[in-house]
Design a protein around this ligand. Sequence first.
Ligand SMILES: Cc1ncc(COP(=O)(O)O)c(C=O)c1O
Length: 390
Amino acid sequence: MLASCGSGKPLRYLDSAATTLKPSTVIEAEREYATSYTANIHRGHHRLSEIASEKYETAREVMGRFVGTAPRNIIFTKNATESINMVANGFGFTRSDVVALPIGEHHSNILPWMRLCELAWIEHEVCAPVDGRTLEEVIATNRPRMFVFSSGSNVTGAVNDIRTLCAIAARHGISTCVDASQTASHEPIEFDQLGCDFLAFSGHKMFGPPGTGVLAGRPEALERLTPYVIGGGSVASVTRDGFVLRDVPYRFEAGTPNISGVIGLAAAAQFLSAMPIEERRAHLVTLSNQMSERGVRIPGARSLMSDQPDRLPLVSFAFSTPHITSDTVATSLSENHNIMVRSGSMCAHPLVHRAGADGGLLRVSAHLYNSLDDIDETCNAIEEFTTRFS
Ligand SMILES: Cc1ncc(COP(=O)(O)O)c(C=O)c1O
């Protein structure tokens, strides 16, 4: 999937929680749009525009099936961050409204709410999922209007029980928004069964192109949402005095969208759906078990990883020696071993602070294309570094 760049060692890509590699069908779908039927969509009656519009709307049907809902509940965005911002800015919050959220969230699922509302933080152990009882307590104390949380942690791989948590929120009449960025390519979504109002994810973390994302919503929830970007493509009519919005989902897709990206995203969904889910799960569990086993044995490194059986295949390391930083380890792995891993605070400062790892973490994240050998070689390389510099 990715060409090696000449160090002699095989290239090992272990940064899939940041972005995944892209299968050739995705690249081909984008190339075909660029070379065979480039045109704008929904606003022309020439042949190429009609082909492009049809492919774009077919992509919405494909993504509806992938997400487990009707195509009209699917809004194309540029990434999860934009999807979450659409909800935050369109929901009609006032400054005194409260949004409840776990401490483990990614900044993209903190800042949009923080700017508009009061936050009620839900505490949890660093490597643990959100506990229903703690959620109940936070609801009782803070009376939030919305509860937002991620399906899986980009730092520890812990996965949240979406149905249970959303059922608790629903019992209290609280709206829900799920950030499914880290699990969209791991587990089928089944949106209509989850009981959440909104669900957001990025295309580039699920084998699709960058600059693509999805916001799925329950029909009533989407009807109540005000589009926070409007313009061409989002209105049915405009007079000197006002405008009439188009129906959902088009009112949320103002301006020319990422047409080739959306078509590529549908190809990614088809690529994933064509693989039997039991095979996918089995491979991901094998990888995460190996990470867990090898990770705890690296001297000078503290591993942060969920112990759930269905955790995500990712582990983060904090280094106990002050002169070893996660950045220097990542650079060494890249330059000396041709291994790509992520370093830094993972856009999750509250959790990283809670973990006592303000100096930064090194994250190893695998996906379907990785092997046990990739995990072993990466752990060997980290161990070699920590042993040499301790
Ligand atoms: C859990 C989680 N939420 C949201 C995001 C934001 O995704 P994007 O940058 O594609 O909008 C990320 C990206 O790492 C993530 O891991």
